[in-house]
Write a protein that binds this ligand. Structure first.
Ligand SMILES: [Zn+2]
Length: 376
């Protein structure tokens, strides 16, 4: 075997990522380009109400045009960023609008030329504020709707990536409307990929000095919270440990998981989580693949961790899990092929073995990785 794909399998299969939109992050810095893109007749707006995207009757994402939102949105990039910060007023409406990027293939509609790039521009817009009422009613009349969803696993792969990017950024902007250092209202800039703490409100300097305004630090960037999704492997590489959470349905198992904390590597967090949740002791850790998870902004990192010899005893030192169990690799393979679906769905008809997560989830992918490497 001479390629990574041959060893680990193809690497473009993480749900919620690998979408058709190229972010082209440098465009965010240029309001002239953003203005051109956002007002272009080919621009596609994915609108959200309370973080639920607009959908067609058959559940696909429904995109709107600039004409549809222009009356309520205006021209948010008409002025450059410097001017917007200088003229900042906390009393005015500042749209929660995200520049997602360009579909460079241009297959989804009419392209716009931005510098040397040409493509269909994509934006995400939060239409929860009241002054989008007319827009919202027009969508309902057209048979479209904002249906509340839990965890979205029904979109096709390209749409899942657009949705994931949009949802995480809209949510982050909503959570960062006030500066975490001084409490003043913030302004979203860089096409929604950054917030700044303006020095003045309506031209009046803010009373309290903000530590974030010293030097170049008057800003905050979107966060991603790394979480390890762990497939513990026995020392002889013949079994995988799966756990069952306290509120999960009976017979539903998945990988172990936990947040990676400050001061931890992915490897040390993996060893700690596996030990804390089940008592098993892991030695070598290998990262398999990763997946963004837009609830709200997690980075799932799928890892395989092999136990030290004699480190497979399950002792439950803490009580996060209802149950943990070692499974033979053949049993895991059978479960992935025949018993994999979301835990809030009914078990697959006729299947009675251990239930496991569907292919859209990191846990499924990392278990596939274990089988590929060790189940010969
Ligand atoms: Zn501040």
């Amino acid at each position: 075997m001479s390629s990574l794909s041959e060893i680990f399998g193809q690497g473009h299969n993480a749900y919620f990522s690998n979408g058709p939109v190229a972010r082209l992050s440098f465009i965010r810095l240029n309001n002239e380009l953003l203005d051109k893109a956002s007002t272009h007749s080919g621009a596609k707006y994915l609108t959200f109400e309370e973080l639920n995207p607009l959908r067609t009757p058959d559940g696909k994402l429904a995109f709107s045009t600039y004409d549809d939102v222009a009356a309520a949105l205006g021209r948010p990039y008409a002025k450059d960023e410097k001017m917007q910060i200088a003229e900042f007023s906390p009393d005015k409406y500042h749209p929660n609008l995200i520049f997602l990027g360009l579909d460079l293939e241009g297959r989804s509609g009419e392209s716009v030329q931005l510098g040397q790039y040409s493509g269909v521009p994509y934006f995400a817009l939060d239409i929860t504020p009241k002054h989008y009422e007319a827009f919202r009613m027009a969508q309902t009349e057209a048979g479209l709707q904002y249906a509340p969803t839990r965890i979205e696993l029904t979109l096709d792969h390209p749409q899942s990536a657009i949705y994931s990017h949009a949802r995480s950024l809209l949510d982050w902007n909503n959570r960062n409307r006030y500066c975490s250092s001084c409490g003043g209202r913030t302004l979203s800039v860089h096409g929604g990929a950054k917030v700044v703490c303006p020095p003045a409100d309506n031209g009046v300097l803010r009373q309290r000095a903000c530590p974030t305004r010293i030097g170049l630090h008057n800003q905050a960037f979107p966060r991603t919270d790394p979480t390890a999704v762990i497939a513990p492997l026995s020392a002889d590489a013949k079994r995988v440990l799966l756990g069952r959470g306290k509120r999960w349905p009976g017979n539903y198992f998945s990988c172990l998981s936990g947040f990676i904390e400050p001061g931890e590597s992915i490897e040390t967090a993996t060893r700690r989580e596996a030990y804390e949740e089940t008592g098993v002791r892991i030695d070598r850790v290998q990262i398999h693949s990763s997946q963004p998870w837009p609830y709200p902004s997690t980075m799932l990192i799928g890892v395989i961790g092999q136990c030290v010899h004699g480190g497979e005893n399950i002792t439950y030192p803490e009580t996060e899990l209802e149950e943990a169990r070692w499974f033979e690799l053949a049993e895991v393979e059978h479960a992935l092929n025949h018993g994999a679906n979301a835990m809030w769905e009914q078990p697959i008809k006729g299947y009675t073995g251990p239930r496991v997560p569907p292919s859209q989830l990191m846990a499924h992918q990392v278990l596939r990785g274990v089988l590929r490497l060790f189940h010969k």
